[in-house]
Design a protein around this ligand. Structure first.
Ligand code: 0RA
Length: 747
C-alpha cells in the first residue's frame, strides 16, 4: 500500500478519488488494529499486569507531550467505578478536522492508524512515549471500548470505538468557548488481558515519577472504584531535585542537592538535553535512576555510563589535586557511589533501546554529553564547597576499606567452599529434588519451630533452614560486617546464587524462598530484617518473584468437634458474625427485622468502628469528641468520619452508637456466635506440632502464602530506610501515623 503513489493534489481535489482511497485507508486501519490484537505482546510487552497498566502510560504520554510542547498544564487520571479509566488534559485537543489524504477526521486517524500519534507537521519530535512508544491507537485496538471527547475550536466533539473500530462517528455534542483539551476513557479488552483491574499503587508510582520528571505539570489521580476512593495530586516545581529529596526523605544528607543541566546538538543538529540531580547521604546503598524520554531505563546505558565515568574522573582529580586521595587508596567507582542518590534524565530525539527488556539506552552520543556537563559543573561545585567535597571523599575512602575487608572475608569463606554451595551449611535440612523450579526453602524463626518444620515437611521438595536469634540489620552495616554474620552467610550459601560480584540468579537452588516467622512483634521484626537483606542485597530474588511470606494461622476454632484454622483477626470477626447471625434477629430503627445481608453489613461496620475507636482511645482521644471537632485531623479522625457517615446511611445516629445500643447489639451477636465454640490463639509457630504446622502453613495444597512484589520500588526503598535506618524521628512519626493501618508496614 505504501507503493501506491498518487499525487497529493489529485487526492484532495478529485472527489471521485475518494471512495477507492477511503477503502485503502480502511484496509490500513483494519490490518493495523488486527495486527495489534493478534500479537499484543509485540506492541505493549505483555498481556499481564504490566501490559494492562502500560495502556494507561501510553495515553498519559500523549498528554505529557502536550505539556512538554507548552500547551498543557494539568492531567487528570481517574479509575472509574466500572473499572474503565479516564485521562483528561487541557492541551490543544486532538485535531478533529478532515485529514487531507485519509478523508476522515484526523482524530480517527490518530486513534486507528499505528504510529499516527506523532505530530503531523514533522517539526516536533515525540520526546515522551511509553516504553514501546506505540501510541494511543494500540490502546484503542486493545480496548473493549474507548470514548474520546475533544474540546477544540469552541466545540466539544465526541467519538466512540470498540476494539479499534469506530462505533459512533465523530459528532459535535456541545460548546466550550475558549477551552481546549482531550478526554480519553477506555476499558481494556478482557479477552486479551489476564489482568482485571488497575492498581492504585502501580499507577501512583508512575504518575508521581512523571510529575517529577516533567516539572510544573500537575497530575491529579483519583480512584473511584470500589470503596477505596484514594486521591492524590502530583505537582513538583522543583522537578528532579524534588525527586531526590523524596528518595532521600528518611536519610541523613551529607551534601546539598546538586543540579546540572545542559543541551547539545546531535549529528543532525537536533538538541539532546540532559538533566542530572544528585545528593550524598550517610546510607550504605546507592540509588541511580536514569530516564530517557521519561522512560525508566532500568538496564542503564550510555547516559548512566557517561555520568559514572564523569563522577569517578572528577572525584579522582579533585582528590588528587587537594591531596585527599593517594594512589594506594585504590578507589573504585563503586566506592564513590556509596550513599549516592542520583537521577539522570535525558531527552533524545531518536532513542535506541537495547538490552533484554529494551530498557538500556544505546545512543553513543549521549555518553559524552552527560559526561561533559557533569565533569565541568561538579568540579566547580567541589571547588566552591571544599567542606562538602572533603566529607564525600572521606566516605568514599571508608567504603574502599570496607570493600577490601569484605573481599578478604569472601576470599577466606570461598576457600572453605561456603559461597559456591559446595559445602552446604550444617543447619540446612535440604530436600532431595534437584530441580529448583520444584523446590522451596523455608527460613524458619527459632529452633523449635525449625524442628517441627523439619519433621512435618515434604522431604522431596521442601528444605528447612532454622534461624537462631536476630538477623543482622544490613541497612546499618557495611558488607564486611555483613559477611562476618553467620546467619547471613548461611542464607547466602543455602540459596546458592553467591553474592555481589559473583551473584548469579541462575544458580538459585530454590525458586521459592519462604520466610516463616511467628505472628508477634519479634516475628515481624525478623521478617523485616530478612526482607531488608533480600531487597538490598539480592533484589533480583524479589524481582523474579522468588520470595514469599508464610501465613501461619492465628487461631484454631473448634465447634461441634470440627476444628478449623483462622488466619487473621478480621477473618475471626467475620466468622463470629456469620455464626452469630444464624437464628438471630437484628432489628432496625423501625423495629422491623433486617434482611440477613443488611444485618451482616451493619455488623461488619460496627466491628470496624469498634476497632478504630479502640485505636483512637489508645492514643488518648475520645472518639465522640474527635468526631465533633471540626479541627480534628489525622487518619483516625477521617476514618471515624467515614464510618459514621456509612452508619448514618444505614439509618442510625451517633447516639445509637455512643448511647451503647449498637455496641450492645454487636456484643450480643458475637456472644451468640461464640456459643458452643472453643477458640485458641497461637502465639508462635513452636506451639504447633509437626503435622499441624505442615497442614496449616506448609502444605502446598492448603496453605496461604504471600508473594513479595515490588509495585513501587521507590516507596519500598523509603520504607526500608525508614524502618531499619538511623533516623529515629521519621520512624517514630511513620509508626504513629500508621498505627491504625498496620498493613502498610508490609510492603
Ligand atoms: C496530534 C496532533 C496534535 C495534538 C495531539 C495529537 C494530541 C493527542 C492527545 C492525546 C491525548 N491528549 C492529546 N492532546 C493532543 C497537535 C494539535 C495542534 O497542532 O493543534
Amino acid at each position: 500500500m505504501s507503493e501506491e503513489n498518487v499525487p497529493e493534489a489529485a487526492e484532495t481535489t478529485a472527489q471521485d478519488a475518494l471512495p477507492s482511497n477511503y477503502n485503502a485507508a480502511n484496509i490500513q486501519v483494519l490490518e493495523g488494529m488486527e495486527a495489534v490484537r493478534k500479537r499484543p505482546a509485540m506492541y505493549i510487552g505483555d498481556t499481564g499486569e504490566r501490559g494492562y497498566h502500560h495502556l494507561v502510560y501510553e495515553v498519559v504520554d500523549n498528554s505529557i507531550d502536550e505539556a512538554l510542547a507548552g500547551y498543557c498544564t494539568m492531567i487528570d487520571v481517574t479509575i472509574n467505578p466500572d473499572g474503565s479509566l479516564t485521562v483528561q488534559d487541557n492541551g490543544r485537543g486532538i485535531p478533529v478536522d478532515m485529514h487531507p489524504t485519509q478523508h476522515r477526521p484526523a482524530i480517527e486517524v490518530v486513534l486507528t492508524i499505528l504510529h499516527a500519534g506523532g505530530k503531523f507537521d514533522g517539526s516536533n519530535y515525540k520526546v515522551s512515549g511509553g516504553l514501546h512508544g506505540v501510541g494511543v491507537s494500540c490502546v484503542n485496538a486493545l480496548s473493549d471500548w474507548m470514548k474520546v471527547d475533544v474540546k477544540r475550536g469552541g466545540k466539544v466533539h465526541h467519538i466512540e470505538f470498540s476494539r479499534g473500530h469506530v462505533t459512533k462517528p465523530l459528532e459535535v455534542v456541545g460548546e466550550c468557548g475558549e477551552e481546549t483539551g482531550t478526554r480519553v476513557t477506555f476499558f481494556p479488552d478482557h479477552t486479551i488481558f489476564s489482568c482485571r483491574a488497575f492498581k492504585w499503587e502501580i499507577l501512583c508510582a508512575r504518575l508521581r515519577e512523571l510529575a517529577f520528571l516533567n516539572k510544573g505539570v500537575k497530575i491529579h489521580f483519583k480512584d473511584n472504584e470500589g470503596d477505596a476512593h484514594h486521591e492524590e495530586t502530583f505537582h513538583y516545581e522543583g522537578g528532579i531535585d524534588e525527586f531526590i529529596s523524596y528518595l532521600n526523605m528518611n536519610k541523613k544528607p551529607l551534601s546539598p542537592i546538586i543540579h546540572f543541566e545542559g543541551e547539545k546538538a546531535n549529528a543532525s543538529g537536533v538538541p539532546i538535553t540532559a538533566e542530572v540531580s544528585l545528593q550524598y547521604t550517610d546510607s550504605y546503598s546507592t540509588i541511580e535512576q536514569t530516564y530517557c524520554n521519561n522512560i525508566h531505563t532500568i538496564e542503564g546505558g550510555t547516559h548512566l555510563s557517561g555520568f559514572r565515568a564523569a563522577l569517578t574522573r572528577t572525584i579522582n582529580k579533585y582528590g588528587a589535586d587537594n591531596k585527599l586521595i593517594k594512589e594506594k587508596d585504590n578507589l573504585t567507582g563503586d566506592d564513590m557511589r556509596e550513599g549516592l542518590t542520583v537521577i539522570v534524565s535525558v531527552k533524545v530525539p531518536q532513542p535506541q533501546f537495547e538490552g533484554q527488556t529494551k530498557t538500556k539506552l544505546g545512543n553513543g552520543e549521549v555518553e559524552g554529553i552527560v559526561g561533559s556537563i557533569v565533569s565541568d559543573k561538579l568540579m566547580t561545585f567541589f571547588e566552591e564547597n571544599p567542606a562538602v567535597a572533603k566529607t564525600v571523599i572521606e566516605k568514599t575512602l571508608l567504603a574502599a576499606r570496607a570493600r577490601e575487608a569484605a573481599r578478604a572475608a569472601r576470599e577466606s569463606t570461598r576457600r572453605k567452599g561456603v559461597m559456591d554451595g559446595l559445602s552446604l551449611p550444617g543447619k540446612l535440612r535440604d530436600c532431595s529434588e534437584r530441580d529448583p523450579a520444584k523446590t522451596e526453602l523455608f527460613l524458619v524463626e527459632g529452633d523449635s519451630a525449625g524442628g517441627s518444620a523439619q519433621t512435618g515437611r515434604d522431604r522431596k521438595t521442601q528444605a528447612i533452614l532454622p534461624l537462631r536469634g536476630k538477623v543482622l540489620n544490613v541497612e546499618k552495616a557495611r558488607v564486611d560486617r555483613m559477611l562476618a554474620n553467620n546467619e547471613i552467610r548461611t542464607i547466602i550459601t543455602a540459596i546458592g546464587c553467591g553474592f555481589a560480584e559473583e551473584w548469579d540468579i541462575s544458580k538459585a537452588r530454590y525458586h521459592k524462598i519462604v520466610i516463616m516467622t511467628d505472628a508477634d512483634v519479634d516475628g515481624a521484626h525478623i521478617r523485616t530484617l530478612l526482607l531488608t537483606f533480600f531487597y538490598r542485597k539480592m533484589p533480583e530474588l524479589i524481582e523474579k518473584g522468588y520470595v514469599y511470606l508464610a501465613q501461619p494461622p492465628l487461631y484454631k476454632v473448634e465447634r461441634k468437634k470440627r476444628s478449623e484454622y483462622v488466619l487473621t483477626d478480621g477473618e475471626l470477626t467475620e466468622k463470629l458474625l456469620t455464626l452469630g447471625l444464624d437464628d438471630f434477629e437484628v432489628k432496625g430503627k423501625d423495629d422491623q427485622p433486617l434482611e440477613r445481608e443488611k444485618a451482616t453489613a451493619l455488623m461488619r461496620l460496627l466491628a470496624e468502628i469498634e476497632m478504630t475507636s479502640k485505636a483512637v482511645e489508645e492514643r488518648g482521644y475520645k472518639p465522640k469528641e474527635l468526631l465533633n471537632d471540626p479541627a480534628a485531623v489525622g487518619s483516625g479522625a477521617s476514618m471515624l468520619h467515614k464510618q459514621f457517615q456509612s452508619l448514618e446511611g444505614m439509618g442510625f445516629t451517633q447516639d445509637d452508637y455512643f448511647g451503647g445500643y449498637l455496641p450492645g447489639l454487636l456484643d450480643q451477636v458475637r456472644a451468640h456466635g461464640k456459643q458452643g465454640l472453643s477458640m485458641y490463639r497461637f502465639t508462635g509457630l513452636g506451639e504447633m506440632d509437626a503435622d499441624e504446622l505442615f497442614d496449616t502453613t506448609m502444605n502446598p495444597e492448603k496453605r496461604h502464602m504471600l508473594r513479595v512484589t515490588l509495585n513501587d520500588a521507590v516507596k519500598a526503598d523509603q520504607m526500608f530506610t525508614l524502618l531499619m535506618g538511623d533516623e529515629v524521628e521519621p520512624r517514630r512519626r511513620f509508626i504513629e501515623e500508621n498505627a491504625l493501618n498496620v498493613r502498610n508496614l508490609d510492603f
